[in-house]
Design a protein around this ligand. Structure first.
Ligand SMILES: [Zn+2]
Ligand SMILES: [Zn+2]
Length: 190
């Protein structure tokens, strides 16, 4: 992919904040009792859900080859993350495709709606999930391409590179090791 293509893919992430604003505005009008103050707890719930999603998708979906017939779909679902593992220094294989993100978002939004039965609450939680997702993309990008050798990113890099180059059955969390600790897939102590 050309540099321009890469930038376009980065830029297309604006779809998520745009969609969040649009959904929040629309659903706040549709739900008369909705209050924007509720975002103070809805968004953290969404961010927490994101951390679990980041872990679960990485562990149970992205490393698995699904028997999909359609070559285009197979490429998106199976090869996305495995291509990143095959060439971790290739910036064109690093970012999640926005379309793939939107497909997963649609399924999640439907689930949140079924659980909360409130379009504004579902949108608020979804906004938190997308915030977590964009944060993940930024951290993952810096983990691979930042040169800093100390501090937060260097610590994340040590864990993530262990997953890449030592044992890909451990260290599934990129932005936080929380769920690796909960589910026993954390790195062995040095
Ligand atoms: Zn990586
Ligand atoms: Zn991986």
């Amino acid at each position: 992919m050309t540099l321009r293509g890469r930038l376009v893919r980065f830029r297309s992430f604006w779809i998520f904040p745009l969609l969040a604003s649009f959904l929040l505005y629309l659903t706040s009008r549709g739900e008369p009792k909705s209050r924007f103050n509720d975002l103070f707890w809805l968004m953290p719930v969404g961010i927490l859900i994101w951390t679990l999603l980041e872990y679960a998708l990485h562990r149970f979906v992205f490393h698995i080859q699904f028997p999909i017939r359609d070559p285009g779909l197979r490429e998106i679902v199976n090869a996305s993350h495995l291509a990143h593992h095959a060439s971790p220094r290739d910036p064109t294989k690093l970012l999640v495709r926005p379309l793939y993100g939107l497909a997963i978002s649609t399924v999640l939004y439907a689930a949140l709606l079924a659980l909360s039965r409130n379009t504004f609450s579902a949108s608020g939680i979804m906004t938190g999930v997308w915030t977590g997702f964009l944060y993940y993309e930024a951290v993952h990008y810096r983990v691979h391409f930042s040169l800093s050798e100390s501090g937060f990113i260097a610590r994340q890099r040590r864990r993530h590179f262990y997953h890449h180059f030592t044992n890909n059955k451990r260290g599934f969390g990129v932005t936080s090791p929380l769920w690796d600790h909960v589910f026993g897939t954390t790195l062995p102590r040095p």
